[in-house]
Design a protein around this ligand. Structure first.
Ligand code: NAD
Length: 315
């Protein structure tokens, strides 16, 4: 029997153990590729293994005669053209819906909370100032979390973990999620969006990106937040209207934002570039490069989980 051919075009985003496991399944080509080169090479493979750097487009799927499996150890799958994959009978192994396993993965919630603290205490800009041999406090006077209301949009795995962390900091927690009704982490469910946004002094976003959540947080929603609110988005860039976010920062309607995701990753579009430009001269916008889920622990754990599922299916 011919060996299965596996292409991993972003090996730097996988663990050693994950790559070894893939190599035990078939012939593995683990080479960093640009999207363009990936599109040229992909049609020759039975299995494509990606994380978030590269997109599996309809074109790749249509041009592939051999493709059987797409493997992506991620919860979000919007970098894969799911419809085309399903139409072509291609099996997808991801973390989407693997709720029991995902309970043991903490990286994204921890990074979200780290971003929140960094933002309200101006940690990155204070450190930048120290690197210039300055030792001042005035520009970096921050805010306390204690007693503030955290509004959680999307009360799934990460949203619920955020509620527990917020409780430990003495925050009040409200959430909006039409599909969940539970009181985990002393969080109060609000069913009216207006009341939810009105009460959220800090808004943190944890919904998946799909047609119903695209631009879910737009100008209207941002304007419903209390003046001087903070926004944290580690879900997906396109869930927030970033033009409206930038405008709210410029007009000081909100006090700050911390984001781990941009609209058009990894190439970046005009508004992504404008946000980065703004962050160079303002200390109330922090941007990280989609690293919330990326810890040594979580990458290895999720690689092994998804590849073992693939092995069970194959053999
Ligand atoms: P999850 O599926 O456990 O929870 C998502 C929640 O959103 C669900 O409870 C769902 O009911 C709710 N929801 C759906 N539509 C909604 C709407 N219109 N309004 C309010 N709530 C809505 O997902 P999760 O594991 O908590 O992750 C959330 C998202 O975070 C993922 O889909 C992914 O895109 C993103 N993520 C990013 C990183 C990163 O590295 N930055 C890492 C992991 C996940």
């Amino acid at each position: 029997m011919q060996k299965l051919k596996i292409l991993c075009p972003e090996p730097e985003n996988f663990s050693e153990k994950g790559l070894q496991l893939m190599a035990s399944i078939g012939h593995l080509d683990a080479v960093p590729l640009s999207q363009q080169d990936f599109e040229v090479m992909a049609p020759d493979y039975d299995i494509l293994a990606v994380r978030l750097q590269l997109h599996i487009t309809a074109e790749i799927i249509h041009s592939s005669k051999k493709l059987q499996v797409i493997l992506s150890p991620t919860t979000g799958t919007d970098h894969i053209d799911i419809k085309s994959a399903k139409d072509a009978n291609i099996k997808i192994f991801s973390l989407k819906g693997e709720n029991v396993f995902l309970e043991s993965v903490y990286s994204s919630a921890e990074h979200t909370f780290a971003l929140l603290l960094s933002l309200i205490r101006y940690i990155p800009s204070s450190f930048d100032s120290v690197k210039r041999f300055e030792w001042v406090q005035g520009p970096f006077r921050g805010h306390e979390l204690h007693g503030k209301v955290l509004g959680i949009l999307g009360f799934g795995r990460i949203g619920k973990k955020m509620a527990h962390y917020a409780n430990a900091f003495g925050m009040d927690v409200v959430y909006f999620d039409p599909y969940v009704d539970c009181c985990e982490g002393n969080a109060l469910r609000l069913t009216e969006t207006e009341e939810f946004y009105n009460r959220s002094e800090i808004l943190t976003i944890h919904v998946p990106l799909d047609h119903s959540t695209h631009s879910l947080v737009g100008k209207k929603e941002i304007e419903m937040l209390p003046r001087d609110a903070f926004i944290v988005n580690t879900a997906r860039g396109a869930i927030v209207d970033y033009s409206a976010l930038l405008r709210a920062l410029e007009t000081e309607h909100i006090a700050g934002a911390a984001i781990d995701v941009l609209t058009c990753e990894p190439t970046l579009n005009d508004i992504d570039l404008q946000l980065i430009e703004y962050s160079k001269t303002h200390n109330n916008l922090i941007i990280t490069s989609h690293i919330a889920g990326a810890t040594w622990e979580s990458i290895e754990k999720t690689d092994v989980f998804v590849i073992e599922k693939l092995k069970d299916w194959l053999f």
